[in-house]
Design a protein around this ligand. Structure first.
Ligand code: ASP
Length: 315
């Protein structure tokens, strides 16, 4: 039953079928139940995950490590290790081959688009893309998707608005692809002209016939938005910091914006936030980033690790 992700690399949201996503959602619910009831399980006892992080990360790194431990497995943490050969300029394939021989899977974060594919080519062990530069972040998209599903029961018929740095924000690249497997009513893309999503990421919705509309003003779409997904302007991807300064606060979600939003809408953000959401919004019951999205990250990563490393997890 679980064979479709067993021993597979998780490199891009476009590799998933609708059935894969539905299975991840179901297993994520079971993982949440296990954690609520018992705290942990030994499904992955004896397995080891290498967390190979070349770019800063706190939530993704921490949630993968916590996920592996709650499944009874161990991990090798490689994050900002200054004195390792990684810092001496060793090639990515050599590092991946080395740690693949010590462990059962590699979770990779890297500044270059396509690095996860390079890593996957270097080893037969599963590689999970935990963010490749401004490319993709499929595990974040799965947790975002799970959060929407868990709240609304379905994404079908919803109007989803992605706002902010749609050019460099990898989470929205993966999320729009996952959403395209289902039937949202419309996807609104709100960004300054210089931060528009590149056309390749619009292939998914185009193929599925989902209406995608681009805007510069958030006010245009607030009244019809069910899911408002805000993103950080990705300073680290700018070559000209003057441009960053001009666009960094293009959209700030304030209590006033929430007043103009639907009573039933939800507000999401992949975090970290750097001023895109006013702290006064946190107490709004529609703000799901702290109370749902972040905890869901660990449950989704438990589900993914279990599905990738175990043939039949029977949960
Ligand atoms: N944490 C997310 C990522 O790694 C979002 C962000 O950094 O803005 O892509």
């Amino acid at each position: 039953m679980d064979s479709s992700l067993f021993k597979k690399d998780i490199l891009t949201a476009s590799q998933f079928t609708k059935k894969d996503v539905e299975r991840v959602v179901a297993v994520t619910r079971s993982m949440r139940d296990i954690v609520d009831k018992d705290g942990s399980t030994d499904i992955l006892k004896g397995n080891i995950m290498t967390a190979l992080f070349y770019e800063p990360s706190s939530r993704t790194f921490g949630s993968f490590v916590a996920a592996m431990q709650r499944l009874g497995g161990g991990f090798i943490p490689l994050q900002g290790v200054v004195y390792s050969s990684v810092a001496k300029g060793e090639s990515l394939p050599d590092t991946v081959r080395t740690f693949a021989s010590f462990s059962d899977c590699i979770v990779l974060r890297h500044p270059q688009v396509g690095a996860a594919v390079t890593a996957a080519d270097a080893t037969a062990k599963p590689v999970i893309n935990a963010g490749d530069g401004p490319g993709e972040h499929p595990t974040q998209a799965l947790l975002d998707f799970f959060t929407i599903m868990d709240h609304f029961g379905s994404v079908d018929g919803l109007t989803i608005t992605l706002v902010g740095d749609l050019l460099n924000g990898r989470t929205v690249h993966s999320l729009i692809t996952l959403l395209s497997l289902f039937s949202p009513k419309a996807i609104h893309l709100v960004s300054p002209e210089v931060l528009k999503m590149t056309r390749d990421h619009l292939e998914g919705p185009k193929k599925s016939g989902i209406k995608v509309i681009e805007h510069e003003a958030l006010d245009d779409v607030l009244g019809e938005t069910d899911v408002l997904y805000a993103t950080r302007v990705q300073k680290e991807r700018f070559t000209d910091l003057d441009v960053y300064e001009k666009v960094k606060y293009s959209y700030i979600i304030t209590p006033d914006i929430m007043k103009k939003s639907k009573k039933t809408a939800i507000l999401m953000h992949p975090f970290p936030r750097l001023g895109e959401i006013d702290g006064a919004v946190d107490a709004d019951p529609r703000a799901l980033y702290l109370r749902a999205q972040i905890p869901n990250g660990m449950y989704v990563r438990m589900a993914l690790l279990a599905l990738v490393l175990k043939e039949d997890i029977s949960v």
